[in-house]
Write a protein that binds this ligand. Structure first.
Ligand code: ADP
Ligand code: 5GP
Length: 205
């Protein structure tokens, strides 16, 4: 029987809104969804592991991946390059896994162009004040980096209209329930059903 192809979910948010926390919790709670591992030229933060949170690379290698057409989308974000491997997406969706892409608004646009069926989810913090507090509370970025990320936040939030869903990450538990509901509902769509399995199990006497 033909393997059901997985769906793509894109999650974007201004830095510090909590989308990484949300995406990893989602992957922990649903066995059929995998987190895409992006390539980045940014340095690892404490606690980040190469090949788990990101594949860390340098600018020369990143540019050569662009030239070779290995990235399905890429963008410069907050002064660093980030991109998604075409092969990884094809391998994971081909194996039947849904894939969550935690990427910025520029990357989201490119994914929607390539994959019109992808589902775009925008995560908002409860307020700009909370965003500031979360960025500072994370203790992973310098004051200059935090300042730049806050300045970029307004431009990113303006893009919310291009998304299918908006989630306000105030209570993490509520936000997790909301994003899980979106993923579960998408999986139950008629267009994604395994027609052959239904025919085999229910429509034959
Ligand atoms: P992003 O990936 O959007 O930059 P993170 O997931 O790194 O954001 O979260 C930024 C900080 O906010 C982290 O310290 C995280 O633990 C915290 N955080 C995430 N969600 C919430 C929430 N709902 N309430 C309070 N703090 C949160
Ligand atoms: P951070 O440095 O905080 O991990 O990520 C900074 C921004 O880059 C976030 O908005 C994150 O979603 C985005 N990002 C991470 N990976 C990718 C990617 O592969 N492509 C694009 N376009 N953005 C990414």
């Amino acid at each position: 029987m033909k393997q059901r192809k997985g769906s793509l979910f894109v999650v974007s948010a201004p830095s510090g809104a909590g989308k990484t926390t949300l995406c990893w919790k989602l992957c922990d709670s649903l066995a059929w969804i995998k987190h895409s591992i992006s390539y980045t030229t940014r340095s690892p933060r404490p606690g980040e592991t190469n090949g788990v949170h990101y594949t860390f690379t340098d600018e020369d290698e990143f540019r050569s991946m662009i030239t070779e057409g290995e990235l399905v989308e890429w963008a410069e974000v907050h002064g660093n390059f980030y991109g998604t491997s075409k092969k990884m997406i094809e391998d994971m969706t081909g194996a039947g896994f849904d894939v969550i892409l935690d990427i910025d608004v520029q990357g989201a646009r490119q994914i929607k162009e390539h994959f019109p069926d992808s589902v775009l989810i925008f995560v908002l913090p409860p307020s700009m004040e909370a965003l500031k507090e979360r960025l500072a509370g994370r203790k992973t970025d310098s004051e200059d980096v935090i300042k730049m990320r806050l300045q970029n936040a307004i431009g990113e939030i303006k893009e919310y209209k291009n998304y299918d869903y908006v989630i306000v990450n105030d209570s993490l538990d509520t936000a997790l329930k909301e994003i899980s509901s979106i993923v579960i509902a998408e999986r139950a769509k008629i267009s994604k059903m395994e027609h052959e399995r239904i025919k085999e199990n229910f429509l034959k006497l």
